[in-house]
Design a protein around this ligand. Structure first.
Ligand code: FES
Length: 201
């Protein structure tokens, strides 16, 4: 089945979060190196052919890592084609998880947890501090492309609230001083967060 046909089949497009870009049939499909294809194959091989869509999350991480940190339309087209699903099936999953980016993010993507434990322990204060220092609101990226700021739901580290995720690293038990130090290190280029998971296969 063609990608366009898969897209047309899905007339009910109901993502949990609105897409930052129009959902349209991509004109281009992403291509990857033999090494990346082999990594993808290893994940697909874990499931019977009729259930290969079960590999959607590890494949999303790989495509995101390889496409500059977010799922661009050619990356989404690749996933739909490789997994035998509709374009909208990919967007439905991508828009549910905050670790999957559906638009470009800065080199330092700061995600402040806003859920109960973190909220009680000062998440709003942390968000405001980041916002003031970087001059951006949650959902925005600095003009130099260095920082993006987001607020997200529980990241599973409630016992060390308040916390934030930077790239794929957790920073916990945050204080004003800790946040300032972290942002200083980023601005001086001294901190390189993990930007993409190495998927085990
Ligand atoms: S409430 Fe923040 S990590 Fe769970």
């Amino acid at each position: 089945m063609l990608i366009a046909e898969r897209f047309i089949m899905s007339s009910q497009f109901t993502p949990n979060n609105p897409l930052p870009q129009e959902a349209k049939v991509p004109e281009e499909i992403a291509r990857f190196s033999p090494e990346v294809e082999a990594e993808i194959e290893r994940h697909l091989a874990k499931y019977p052919p009729e259930r290969k869509r079960s590999a959607i999350l590890p494949l999303m991480f790989i495509v995101q890592r390889e496409r500059g940190g977010y799922l661009d339309p050619p990356g989404v087209a690749y996933l739909a084609d490789r997994l035998g699903v509709r374009i909208t099936d990919i967007w439905e999953v991508a828009t549910f998880y905050s670790m999957i980016n559906t638009e470009p993010v800065g080199r330092y993507h700061i995600q402040v947890c806003k859920t109960l434990s973190c909220k009680i322990m000062g998440a709003d204060r942390i968000t405001e501090q980041c916002s003031k220092r970087l001059g951006i609101k949650p959902g925005e990226t600095t003009p130099d492309g260095l920082f993006s700021l987001s607020v997200v739901e529980c990241l599973g580290s409630c016992g060390t609230a308040p916390m934030l995720q930077l790239g794929f690293d957790y920073h916990e038990n945050l204080t004003e001083a800790k946040v300032n130090e972290l942002l200083d290190r980023c601005q001086r280029g001294e901190y390189q967060p993990t930007v993409g998971v190495k998927t085990s296969a």
